[in-house]
Design a protein around this ligand. Structure first.
Ligand code: GLA
Ligand code: ZN
Length: 672
């Protein structure tokens, strides 16, 4: 099902159930929502105990009343299913819905996001209320989208989940012999005689079979997605045809979002960057990469479901968002292909654990607050650029990000248990491309590569079945492939490849990785350019953490190591293969290396974002397009006003004053 909006969405999570005894406050909220230019709210995320105060007694009138009032104001509703937090009566009567932890201890009632995904009772109770919500509100003209539960995550080790895990394994491996072989269980005599003997990983049991750990993660992801499908199925049974979303989380490690995204119609996510902890632009790259990941999950527009209007109350330091940051953060979601920027939350709760979390309407309750004014400003800007709704982000560059590979790599005991710095490595490549104003998609190993000109795959530890063939074809057809150290080491059950690595690509890359050196935190090596190298690189860069020792098998060395017993060994190599080119970066180089290296590669290949002149420091450029135009979106994350480099063609200004330059946290949108 398609999710289409004519306008960019602006609004957020709203919890009127906390204020049902204060009708004057609810009335005032409506006025304030209108004043802030909000066109949507999310309702019902944690409303189960108000919607069904006792088993089988449903109270939906309050919700209908609020939905009607919002509708009169032209405010749409994203309606949640309430499974994110269950009522007490449910936990008391059916304890099987409570999660069991990895030490096999069952939780008491409390908190949220902690139900068993396998429990037939929980699935049934969820299905009943979802069906009823769908019957009552699934065709209400205000309701535009289902918000399935809230921030899925976590795992349960109860007997029901163990059984489901065994069943899942049996479907995957068919025989116990095959499982033993793929998991390498003869190691330490951990061989299984039957599927019934298998237990999920536990600190008081098995943790050393990496393939078991990996399959457990895959199972948790599968089972959670299956639960989502069951929730959606109930909505369909209730007669609703509305599209669905789930609010995902920042690079969340616990679920394979590429798989989960297949179960929903539109991706949304909750973003809480810690601004001002480092240079603002660096946080913007990190947040931007996550926006790009979310967009890439379905290669379709997504939206920002939650963000804090000012400080959160759960981060180590509750930093206020400085003036302009709320606006800039919201606009970044749009720049990267989002259909809206929503907040958590509209009205600040009065008690319990989030009473000091930032909100559009705080405990003071007036419109004369700094935050409220910023929300209004953001709302009016979103309105002015609303023609961006439905336009797409097209990228020539893909960055590989694969959950299975990351899970396996982070679990494996290898060259650097003290920290592989994987996400930092990814970000260095991302940053290099973004400094050129290039859009970037993130793809996993199942992704289609045909539309890309460059594929960068830092630390691609696992080669899932057939990946090397896909890369070979990509390069053969003219693609530029950038691989790094610690790549192509294991297969998809984390068994090491025999006969040399990077597996299956030694001829494409023209090298073999022989050994890898883990460096102490304080240690450094360097990458020195070879004279007259084909990229014209002329600076020495430092590298840390991991240094791969490679032998040339046809590739050309472009840089070499400066120190240690491997001084003079190749550190950056290139090999021509088919119509394309395969690069190998042997070490974790400092971030300025990627900037220079990727700039030169892109220039040589004629890949650019289409603006003329230098892109100043701190300026982010993103493009969105539709059948009529290409939109150039500029955001200044620096502290000085900067001039913006213009694209070629007939330019119309949709937002911002381009002649005077772009002020800090400012936005300019040009239509070409
Ligand atoms: C998450 C949740 C919200 C709220 C916010 C607070 O994103 O989905 O319910 O707790 O965090 O930042
Ligand atoms: Zn369970």
């Amino acid at each position: 099902m398609e999710f289409k909006t004519k306008k960019l969405l602006h609004g957020g999570d709203y919890n009127p159930e906390q204020w049902l005894d204060c009708p004057d406050i609810l009335e005032k909220d409506l006025d304030m929502l209108t004043e802030a230019g909000c066109n949507v709210v999310t309702l019902g995320v944690f409303s189960w105990s108000t919607l069904e105060p006792e088993e089988g007694r449903f109270c939906f009138d309050w919700l209908e009343n609020i939905i009607n009032k919002l509708y009169e104001r032209g405010i749409s509703v994203i309606l949640a299913t309430p499974s994110g937090a269950r009522p007490k009566w449910l936990a008391d009567k059916y304890p099987e819905v409570l999660r069991v932890d990895s030490e096999r201890k069952r939780a008491l009632f409390g908190f949220r996001h902690n139900h068993c995904y396998t429990s037939p009772v929980y699935r049934e109770k969820t299905a009943i209320i979802n069906r009823k919500l769908a019957e009552r509100f699934g065709n209400h003209p205000a309701v535009i989208l289902w918000h399935i539960s809230n921030e899925y995550g976590g795992e349960c080790h109860c007997p029901l989940c163990q059984d489901a895990f065994r069943k899942w394994l049996k479907e995957r491996y068919h025989t116990i012999e095959e499982l033993n072989k793929r998991w390498c269980t003869t190691f330490w005599s951990h061989t299984y005689n039957s599927f019934d003997q298998i237990e999920s990983p536990s600190p008081i049991g098995e943790t050393q079979l990496h393939a078991l750990n990996l399959d457990w993660k895959r199972f948790v992801s599968y089972q959670t997605t299956d639960f989502i499908k069951a929730e959606i199925h109930a909505l369909r049974e209730g007669g609703s045809k509305l599209p669905t979303t789930a609010n995902l989380m920042y690079y969340f490690n616990g679920l394979n979002y590429f798989e989960l995204a297949k179960a929903i119609d539109v991706v949304s996510w909750d973003t809480y960057p810690t601004w001002h902890k480092q240079e603002v632009i660096e946080t913007a790259y990190d947040n931007g990469m996550c926006h790009d990941l979310m967009r890439s999950l379905k290669r379709k527009p997504f939206f920002q479901m939650e963000s804090c209007p000012t400080s959160t109350n759960w981060q180590g330091i509750s930093k206020l968002k400085k003036p302009g940051v709320l606006f800039a953060q919201s606009m970044q979601a749009i720049a990267h292909g989002g259909e809206g920027a929503l907040y958590f939350q509209i009205r600040q709760s009065r008690g319990a654990s989030e009473k000091f979390h930032g909100a559009v309407i705080d405990h003071y309750g007036g419109t004369d607050t700094r935050v409220f004014r910023e929300v209004c400003h953001t709302g009016s800007a979103l309105d002015k650029i609303s023609e961006l709704a439905g336009s797409n982000v097209k990228s020539a560059v893909a960055l590989l990000y694969d959950w299975d590979s990351q899970w396996a790599m982070e679990d494996s005991q290898g060259p650097r248990n003290k920290g592989l710095h994987y996400k930092e490595a990814l970000l260095k490549y991302y940053r290099g491309f973004r400094k050129l104003g290039l859009n970037v998609d993130l793809v996993d190993m199942t992704g289609d590569l045909t539309d890309y000109k460059i594929l960068a795959a830092p630390m691609c530890y696992m080669f899932r079945n057939g990946f090397e063939e896909k890369v070979r074809k990509f390069v053969k057809n003219g693609g530029i492939f950038v691989a790094t150290y610690w790549s192509g080491i294991v297969d998809d059950t984390d068994r090491c490849f025999l006969g040399g690595v990077p597996h299956g690509l030694m001829d494409v890359l023209g090298i073999r990785s022989m050994e890898i050196d883990g460096l102490y935190d304080w240690e450094k090596n360097s990458l020195i350019p070879v004279s007259d190298n084909l990229l014209g690189l002329d600076r020495t860069y430092t590298c840390k953490y991991l240094c791969d020792l490679v032998e040339l098998r046809g590739a050309e060395a472009v840089m070499t190591y400066g120190d240690d017993f491997y001084a003079g060994y190749p550190a950056l190599t290139v090999n021509a293969y088919g119509d394309g080119q395969a690069w190998y970066v042997a070490a974790d180089a400092e971030k300025e290396f990627q900037v220079e290296f990727l700039r030169r590669i892109a220039e040589k290949a004629g890949i650019s974002c289409g603006v003329e002149g230098e892109i100043p420091e701190g300026l982010e450029i993103t493009t969105r397009e539709n059948s009529e135009a290409t939109y150039y979106i500029y955001q200044n994350w620096g502290s000085q006003t900067v001039e913006i480099p213009l694209p070629k063609g007939e330019i119309q200004t949709l937002y911002g004053e381009t002649e005077k330059g772009l002020e800090p946290y400012g936005l300019a949108v040009l239509k070409v």
